[in-house]
Design a protein around this ligand. Structure first.
Ligand code: C2O
Ligand code: CU
Length: 488
């Protein structure tokens, strides 16, 4: 099996395991790094698929840069349709943030744009299209900003990027959701039912749709049924097997690049230490399971025992489906892993969030301004709102440079919303009214019935997207902007 030879080295002991190749360090040279939006071919459970990609000239997917270096990138749109890339987790000047309608127009076919801004801190980030539903077609890639201070660590770097994958046209999925086929039925779709030949198990769409409507539950977990869940573009039928070095010390950089799926990372009996969320360090938390909402990242440190293979699984919230990769020590044999677990994974909650503490919290300071934001939705019409408004009818959330701004979110809707603010890292400062000095991050999950308050320093003037990162909620209107007063 070719996967067994997928062993790559960057320099010294640091290796990465993104399926499409190692991520070379961004050159210090004056010439920008080149990234092109194009397509790549996948094999999903025996069936060919063409999806979008963000590739380097060497054919690799994604980018690895180093904190302290400038982010100097020439992005070319090699697609026959307009496109653009947002650097999720970076804090660029707002005109380089890659959000159509807010910061920049999409690039027409063949056009290029030069990005150039300082990368002042390390972190596990990602990049993706913010244009229409392109993200669902996997127009997303890892964006790792390495810490030069960690270059000498005896630690192997493994990047794990998660996706939810469908053979259907995402526009059809959205239309079906809008047509009132929500609650799992929408997405069951004809593709999922019509291609019984591929090895996807027994029509998960069907069983989900049925049980979803019969349970009559108060909470709605998954609106969209997928054909597969991918870890570095592969399913558990043929997972990536990363050979770890002697000593077995691994830093896992996990990115939830799914459009509409929350996961739990499951290490079985093994333990890992969570050291960063969304690229920002937290006081270490040890555990075996870690929730990762849409768009979030987890940095886990763990040691693979000598002679052992350690599956790193991602369990789909509320369901039995899962994906993942395998970390294998020298000489370990790797067994087959079923694509479905025995029991349904629970819904994500805020138990871990409430325990997290930023390693570099915001300076203690009261908020100068608190903005209430109610997360709402009309499930039947599949309209999703912030403070009752869909994007386009919304008023921007106004802030003034230099302020400490708090956003107090409440969620009376039936679904969880992974809320993302561009251009800043915020701190989670209260959950259900209980104050905490929580994680500094860029995306936080607000489950149904919950209240989460975030705070940030208004130190990056511009007009910034603030939205639910569930792609169909965002397309359904769940987006607004945070805008600085006096912006030219
Ligand atoms: Cu990951 Cu508005 O973006
Ligand atoms: Cu949402």
């Amino acid at each position: 099996m070719p996967v067994l030879t997928r062993r790559r080295f960057l320099s010294g002991a640091v290796a990465t395991a993104v399926s499409a190749g190692a991520l070379p360090r961004l050159a210090r040279a004056a010439a920008p790094a080149e990234l092109a939006i194009g397509t790549r071919s996948l094999d999903v459970a025996g069936r060919a698929a063409t999806v979008f990609s963000i590739t380097r000239p060497d054919g690799g997917h994604g980018l690895r840069a180093t904190a302290g270096d400038p982010f100097r990138v020439r992005l070319t749109n090699a697609l026959p349709e307009p496109s653009l890339v947002h650097w999720h987790g970076l804090t660029p000047p707002w005109r380089q943030d890659g959000v159509p309608g807010v910061t920049q127009d999409p690039l027409p076919p063949g056009a290029a744009f030069d990005y150039d801004f300082p990368l002042d801190r390390p972190g596990t980030h990602w990049m993706h299209s913010h244009v229409g539903l392109q993200e669902q077609r996997l127009l997303a890639a890892p964006l790792i900003v390495a810490d030069p201070a960690e270059a000498g660590l005896d630690e192997q770097e493994v990047v794990l990027m998660l996706h939810d994958f469908t053979f259907r046209d995402p526009a059809e999925i959205l239309a079906a959701l809008r047509g009132g086929q929500g609650h799992g039925m929408a997405a069951m779709g004809m593709a999922g039912m019509g291609h019984g030949g591929h090895d996807m198990g027994a029509m998960p769409g069907m069983s989900h749709g049925m049980s979803g409507s019969m349970d009559g539950m108060a909470m709605d977990l998954n609106d969209v049924e997928y054909d597969a869940y991918l870890a570095n573009d592969r399913t558990l039928a043929d997972p990536e097997v990363v050979r770890v070095e002697r000593g077995g010390r691994v830093r896992l950089r996990i990115i939830n690049g799914a459009a509409a799926t929350n996961f739990h990372i499951d290490l079985g009996a093994a333990e890992a230490t969570l050291v960063a969320v969304d690229g920002r360090p937290v006081a270490p938390v040890t555990g075996r399971r870690f929730p990762i909402a849409i768009a979030q990242r987890l940095d886990l440190r763990l040691t693979v025992p000598a002679g052992k293979a350690l599956p790193v699984l991602a369990l789909r919230e509320g369901e039995r489906q899962r994906t993942g990769l395998v970390l294998a020590a020298p000489g370990a044999s790797v067994g087959r892993i079923a694509g479905q677990g025995k029991a349904k994974a629970p819904a994500l909650d805020l138990a871990l969030e409430a325990k997290l503490a930023a390693a570099q919290p915001l300076a203690a300071r009261p908020a100068d301004r608190t903005i209430p934001v109610k997360l709402g939705g009309d499930m039947a019409r599949y309209v999703w709102t912030l403070n009752g408004k869909v994007h386009g009818q919304d008023a921007p959330l106004m802030v003034r440079q230099g302020e400490r701004v708090a956003i107090a979110m409440t969620n009376p809707s039936m679904m969880a919303h992974p809320m993302h603010l561009h251009g800043h890292h915020f701190q989670v400062v209260a959950i259900d009214g209980k104050p905490l000095s929580g994680a500094l991050r860029d995306t936080v999950l607000v489950p149904p019935g919950k209240a989460v308050t975030i705070a940030f320093d208004a130190d990056n003037p511009g007009r910034w997207a603030f939205h639910c990162h569930h792609l169909y909620h965002m397309e359904g209107g769940m987006m607004t902007t945070v805008e600085y007063e006096g912006l030219a």
